[in-house]
Structures are given as structure tokens and as C-alpha cells.
Design a protein around this ligand. Structure first.
Ligand code: NAD
Length: 523
């Protein structure tokens, strides 16, 4: 057992202090000098491999800026990565849990030192403002620290509890699955990317990581940290590429043992289907771990502290421009306080500043052209589905910068069955729904096929207890914003079409990447 202090989540950087803003700006200058313009090759079996074609990252807040490039893996590269990972697995699976955990702890220590650089790179590559980026890097450090400690619990034969039986030794061993593929989204390109790689790796698996096309540089930055921390060649194969090409190939492959995926419902369901089909030569049922989208609702009833509810709604809706799976995209308000809450919410949202991530604007640009066009489509629907109370325009510019800018938008009196109330938009667009009373509000909240996050602002104990039992979400929050889960504190993941509820940052997360073997010896 490694001597470590009890797990404690990282605290966030206090940007109210001038010196911290200055330190971020210095990191930004360093990143622009050293990382922007850089090219990240594939890493296969510990060696850098380049490709003829490249993927280019663009700064969404200033589309004139090219952030850098990564290699674009081919099918042959994916095949090589898979074969190499199985070779590496032969020795990695025999490593002691503590020894594997040490690599994560070392990576956490390096990331702590490079925290502001990671923040700056995220501001430039995906437009995350520095306060949100800092919270994300803290989460990435937490994942490394937390999963390292989780792994230690599985040290030694028979580490899981079994009942004593006279005349026998019985033990339950947790063993790794083999080689899997980790396919991640662009919206948490540091924390989710590393969490989905580090957990299976520390459990003894080898992993091919396929980052999102828009966030290859921050992924490359994190892979460098894992290598510097001493991860042996082949344990983590870095494979930036196109999801439909190399991602699909690996999901299909007979030699892929597990797939851990975070992304949209449509792609997730497709992967689930493809992975279920047994390929010639395949000798296992692929394990699929899915974290998908949401249509997350916050209920405000007439007993609530309305100022607090308005704050919760504003923070939950517009943090990172609504581009969080947990973002509040439905505000459900009981009729008797509807006007007061909605007016307050609109007033608060009016004060939000649009601009770049590096100037810490409240609302920055959305990630790419496809997202911009998709959100624009919903904005066009809005006047027909409700009353546009704020915003409504995809401006494509802010403060003289051309980028994928969309105004914070609030649409009132939206029908519960309309597209705005049912579909994940993934942008700064909120549908407000009027409920007759508390019970109606809860029914509305449960009326989507998703079940990721949700919240209730109420001072009625009875209602909070009812919601505790009946609100169908994986992460439920009372009297606060519905985003910002902290590793180890609020294990995260959704039900229904929001995923397999694997609970990242939870006590059993590593079990997703292990199988159990019971061994009995009669004396
Ligand atoms: P996406 O589904 O478009 O892409 C996710 C990943 O899948 C990318 O790496 C992409 O290259 C890859 N991919 C695409 N097609 C593929 C295929 N056919 N086979 C294999 N891989 C393929 O999602 P996105 O736009 O990157 O992310 C946003 C989505 O992620 C939103 O729906 C959001 O709610 C969800 N999300 C969920 C959680 C959660 O914990 N539940 C967290 C973050 C984001």
C-alpha cells in the first residue's frame, strides 16, 4: 500500500486575485509560444507515428487562429495500435496495482505544476473561459488521484470480501479485461479524456485513446504527461482520428474487449449496436460503458428562495455556453412564481458578457461550425415553439472577433412535448416551461427520454423527499446549480438514454474495467 493522504478534491484557483489572473496570462503567452502551432503525432507502442493527412484545431472564439494539428490515424494505424496494445498487455496486466497507481499519482503531480498551461490551451482550443477551464483541470487531477487510490483497494489476491468457509481458502480476484478503446468528447477534453483513459489503465488494461476531432491538442498534452509519468510503451496508444473511420473500426474489431464512450446519444447508441454484433474470431461479449447526452431540468416551486433559484438557473444554463452534458436546458417553474422567476432569470442572463475564453467572458463561442449551424436551426424554431425572451441570434462575432458566437437565449412558455423541450441542443439555449403545480413540474421534468442531471429549488421537505425518490436522473441537486459534479463527492453518470450510469469519479468506477474470478482451494 502506498502512503498517501486521504483523497481530497483540488480547490479552485481564485481569479478574484489579480496575481492569479496574471499567472494565467503568463501561461497563455507560454502556450502561444510553445504549444500553439505544434503538431502531435500518433503514439503507437511508445513511438511517434505521423500520417499523410492531418486534423486541424481552430480557435472557436477567433476562427482566424489555427491552434495546431494532430495526425489523422488510418485504419492500418488503428490495427497496429490494437495489436501493439495486446502485446503490452502481457506485461502490464502483471504489474502490481500500487505500481500502476504510482504512475497516476506522478501524472497528477505533473499536471498540478502545469495546471495553468492546461487551462490556457483549453481556452484557445475549445474556447473555455479560464474559470471553467480551471475547474476542469482540477477535475482531471482529481480523477488521477482518486482512481490511483481506488486501484490500491484491489491490491493482492482476494481483495474483495468473501465469507469464510471451513476447510477452504476462497478468494475473489479482480483482473483486467484486456485491450479497450476510449472514445471521448471535446467538451471536457482534459478531464473526461484522462479519466476515461486512466481508470482502465490503472486497473491493468491497455487502452487506445481516440480523442474528439476538435480537441486533439489538449489530448496530446495530457498524453505527454502520462508518458513523462512513466507509463510503459503500448499501454496507452494515442490515436487521434475521425470517429466514423478509426473509431468505428475499433468498435467493430473482434479483438476489442471493451469500449468506454462519452458523447452524443446518437453516436453512443450506434456504437452500442455495432459492439453487440459478434465478429468472426471474437471470444467475448464486448463490454460497453456509455455516458451520453441530457435534457436536464431544474424545477422551481413557490416555496423556493427565488433569488437562489435564479442564480442556480443562470449558472447551470450558461456555464461553458450550455455545452455541458449536465447543463440546465429546461427551467420548469410553477405557475404562481413563473413571472417573477423568469423575469429575474432574463435580467441575470442579460448581464452575461460574450467574448473569448481567454478574457474569461461568461459566454464564449460554441465549439465548431457544425454546432453553430445546429444551434442556429433551433433558434429558427424558437419563435414557433415559445416566446423568445432573450437573445435568439447566432451572431458569429463578438467584440470584433469572428467566431462561433451564439447569444444566450431564453425561450418562455415552451410546450413540454416540443422539440425545444425534448432535444439536446448543446448550446446557450434554455426552454422555460410553465407547470400548473409541483406535481405537474415533476411530471414535466420526467417527460424526456434522458436522465442525466436534474434539480429542485424548493423549501418543502416533503417535495424534496418525493423528488429524491421519483426524479429520474443519475445526479440530482437540491437548491443549487445542476452542473459541476466533483470527483469522489458527486459520482457522475446518467440513466435511461443518458447512459449506462457508470458513475465516473465514484467508488465502483474501476469495476467497469475488471472481471472477477473466484478461486477456491480445498485444504
Ligand atoms: P459525439 O458523439 O459527436 O462524439 C464523441 C466521440 O465519438 C468523438 O471522439 C467522435 O470522434 C467519436 N465518434 C463519432 N462517430 C463515431 C463512430 N461511428 N464510431 C466511433 N466513434 C465515433 O459527441 P461530442 O459532440 O464530442 O460531445 C458532445 C456530446 O457528449 C453531448 O451529447 C453531451 O451531452 C455528451 N457528453 C456526455 C457526458 C456524460 O458524462 N454523460 C459528458 C460530456 C459530454
Amino acid at each position: 500500500m502506498i502512503k498517501v493522504q486521504e483523497y481530497r478534491p483540488q480547490s479552485f484557483t481564485d481569479f478574484a486575485k489579480e496575481e492569479n489572473v496574471k499567472a494565467y496570462q503568463e501561461a497563455l503567452a507560454k502556450v502561444r509560444k510553445e504549444l500553439v502551432g505544434r503538431h502531435y503525432p500518433l503514439i503507437i507502442d511508445g513511438k511517434e507515428v505521423d500520417t499523410a493527412e492531418k486534423l486541424t484545431s481552430i480557435n472557436p472564439c477567433d476562427t482566424a487562429e489555427v491552434v495546431g494539428t494532430t495526425a489523422k490515424a488510418t485504419i492500418q494505424d488503428a490495427e497496429n495500435a490494437l495489436q501493439g496494445a495486446w502485446k503490452a498487455f502481457e506485461s502490464w496486466k502483471k504489474w502490481d496495482m500500487d505500481a500502476r497507481a504510482r504512475i497516476l499519482l506522478k501524472a497528477a503531480a505533473i499536471l498540478k505544476r502545469r495546471r495553468l498551461e492546461a487551462c490556457a490551451l483549453m481556452s484557445i482550443e475549445v474556447g473555455k473561459n479560464y474559470a471553467e477551464a480551471d475547474v476542469e483541470v482540477a477535475e482531471a487531477i482529481d480523477f488521477l488521484e482518486y482512481y490511483a487510490r481506488s486501484a490500491m483497494k484491489y491490491s493482492g489476491f482476494g481483495s474483495s470480501e468473501t465469507t469464510w468457509f471451513e476447510g477452504e481458502e476462497n478468494g475473489l480476484m479482480s483482473i483486467p479485461l484486456g485491450v479497450g478503446v476510449s472514445i471521448s468528447p471535446w467538451n471536457f477534453p482534459c478531464a473526461i479524456f484522462i479519466g476515461m483513459a486512466a481508470a482502465p489503465i490503472v486497473a491493468g488494461n491497455c487502452v487506445i485513446v481516440k480523442p474528439a476531432e476538435d480537441a486533439g491538442l489538449i489530448a496530446g498534452f495530457m498524453v505527454d504527461i502520462m508518458r513523462e509519468a512513466g507509463l510503459p510503451a503500448g499501454v496507452l496508444q494515442f490515436l487521434p482520428g475521425v470517429g466514423k473511420e478509426v473509431g468505428e473500426y475499433l468498435v467493430n474489431h473482434a479483438k476489442t474487449r471493451f469500449i468506454t464512450f462519452t458523447g452524443s446519444r446518437a453516436v453512443g447508441l450506434h456504437i452500442n449496436e455495432v459492439a453487440a454484433k459478434v465478429q468472426p474470431g471474437q471470444k467475448w461479449i464486448k463490454r460497453v460503458i456509455m455516458e451520453l447526452g441530457g435534457k436536464d431540468g431544474l424545477i422551481v416551486d413557490e416555496t423556493a428562495d427565488l433569488e437562489n433559484a435564479i442564480t442556480a438557473a443562470t449558472q447551470g444554463a450558461f456555464g461553458f455556453n450550455g455545452q455541458k452534458c449536465s447543463a440546465m436546458s429546461r427551467l420548469i417553474v410553477v405557475d404562481s412564481v413563473y413571472d417573477e422567476v423568469v423575469n429575474g432569470f432574463v435580467e441575470r442572463a442579460k448581464a452575461l458578457k460574450m467574448g473569448t475564453g481567454e478574457e474569461n467572458a461568461n459566454v464564449t463561442a460554441v465549439v465548431n461550425q457544425m454546432s453553430f449551424d445546429k444551434i442556429k436551426g433551433y433558434l429558427e424554431l424558437a419563435p414557433g415553439e415559445g416566446k423568445v425572451l432573450l437573445g435568439g441570434e447566432a451572431t458569429g462575432e463578438a467584440n470584433g472577433k469572428q467566431g462561433y458566437y451564439v447569444q444566450p437565449t431564453i425561450v418562455g412558455d415552451v410546450d413540454r412535448n416540443s422539440r425545444l423541450a425534448q432535444e439536446e441542443i448543446f448550446g446557450p439555449v434554455v426552454a422555460v416551461l410553465r407547470a400548473k403545480d409541483w406535481q405537474d413540474a415533476l411530471d414535466i421534468a420526467n417527460s424526456t427520454e434522458y436522465g442525466l442531471t436534474g434539480g429542485v429549488c424548493s423549501n418543502s421537505r416533503e417535495r424534496l423527499e418525493q423528488a429524491r425518490a421519483e426524479f429520474e436522473v443519475g445526479n440530482l441537486y437540491f437548491n443549487r446549480k445542476i452542473t459541476g459534479a466533483i470527483v469522489g463527492v458527486q459520482p457522475f453518470g446518467g440513466y435511461n438514454m443518458s447512459g449506462t450510469d457508470s458513475k465516473a469519479g465514484g467508488p465502483d468506477y474501476l469495476a467497469n474495467f475488471m472481471q472477477l474470478k473466484t478461486v477456491t482451494e480445498r485444504w
